[in-house]
Design a protein around this ligand. Structure first.
Ligand code: SF4
Length: 185
């Protein structure tokens, strides 16, 4: 990606994940200052921006597609981003959130929202009336709902891996990480 004189517009998105991938991004520590010298952060869970913007150069997407809100945002991301990165194993394979695919959705909803040991009574179920995002029948990885340009594996991807990927993307060269940076888990 050529950054020429202009800073690249970077977004990071938290879908169905545990935030661990974003924690690893923050573990870049002082290198975050270097990254922010190269990009404008236009959307992220660490910034209070409500609407996914237009004309984004690079979007890192953490997490699987678990509910209708995730699906809607993933489609918006694809429409508005030049390059989409599946950021971490949940985005690439479904990983931890997809464990629920082994169970019946009705049973999960009942046990979480009505029968939970931790509840005193039934809570609002996810539906259009309560405004809680409706769960999809199955959790799916990002590439099953939109085209993905780069896969950055790891649970979470280590900071060194994130650093290497961001540098490769922003330098505009081929995005080829060393073999030891391509493992899952
Ligand atoms: S890949 Fe791992 S660290 Fe990242 S969101 Fe999924 S479970 Fe969390």
């Amino acid at each position: 990606m050529s950054t020429s004189n202009k800073k690249a517009r970077l977004a990071t998105v938290w879908l169905g994940g545990c935030a661990g991938c974003h924690m690893s991004l923050l573990d870049l520590d002082e290198r975050i200052v270097d990254v922010l010298g190269l990009v404008d952060l236009v959307y992220s869970p660490v910034a209070d921006i409500k609407v996914f913007p237009q004309d984004v150069d690079v979007t890192l997407v953490e997490g699987a597609i678990c509910n209708e809100e995730n699906l809607h945002l993933a489609r918006e991301i694809r429409e508005r981003s030049k390059l989409v990165v599946a950021f971490g194993d949940c985005a690439i394979t479904g990983n931890v959130p997809s464990i629920r695919n082994r169970m019946k959705l009705d049973g999960i909803l009942t046990s979480v929202y009505t029968d939970s040991f931790y509840r005193e009574g039934p809570g609002p179920m996810p539906n259009t009336e309560t405004g809680l995002p409706v769960l999809l029948p199955r959790v799916v990885p990002l590439h099953q709902v939109i085209d993905v340009d780069v896969h950055l594996p790891g649970c979470p991807p280590a900071p060194e891996r994130i650093w290497a990927a961001i540098n490769a993307i922003l330098s505009g060269g081929p995005i080829e990480l060393p073999v030891e940076m391509r493992s899952f888990g």
